[in-house]
Design a protein around this ligand. Structure first.
Ligand code: FEO
Length: 171
């Protein structure tokens, strides 16, 4: 049985994952309208992954005697200055999510809720991957700078990343 404070904290994370999904969906749309199919499909996949992160929390909450609550979400940004800016935002957002997971782990330990602590370890591992991936992409984008040809190749390469992460079956 979850305590009220753990239930509230987990529900906060449900919302964060839902908002993450919306943020990446919006990034996918922006990239798609700019004609960057690879980046767009990468973002669509990221958005789907965030939804699975959200659903996993929802199931846990409901199975442990809590109630997952679905709330309104903050609208994401719809336009970006350039891809560098967009990927910087993705990276920063993942750092924010990691911090939020760390806070949750802290609360679980404080309350001696070892089941929730154990459940959260999946998210801790996932955030290490997500941060590393976002950082790798950002480093590449920084190398490319304003080079159009480089961006074209990057758009093609990022498709490969999609294939790898779906083959890897991260979720
Ligand atoms: Fe669910 Fe990208 O954090």
């Amino acid at each position: 049985m979850l305590s009220k404070s753990i239930e509230t904290a987990l529900n906060k994370q449900v919302r964060i994952e839902a908002e993450s999904s919306q943020i990446y969906l919006s990034m996918a749309c922006w990239a798609e309208t700019k004609g960057f199919e690879g980046i767009a499909s990468f973002m669509y996949l990221q958005s789907d992954e965030e939804r699975t992160h959200m659903l996993k929390l929802i199931k846990y909450l409901n199975e442990r005697g809590g109630h997952a609550t679905i709330t309104e979400l903050k609208a994401p940004k719809t336009k970006f200055g350039d891809f560098k800016e967009m990927f910087e935002e993705l990276y920063k957002h993942e750092l924010f999510v990691s911090q939020s997971i760390n806070d949750l782990v802290h609360i679980a330990l404080e309350e001696r809720d070892y089941a929730t602590h154990n459940f959260l370890q999946w998210y801790v591992a996932e955030q290490i991957e997500e941060e590393a991936q976002a950082k790798t992409i950002l480093d590449k984008i920084n190398l490319i700078g304003d080079d159009k040809g480089g961006l074209y190749l990057f758009d093609r390469d990022i498709q490969q990343l999609n294939v790898q992460s779906s083959v890897g079956g991260k979720n």
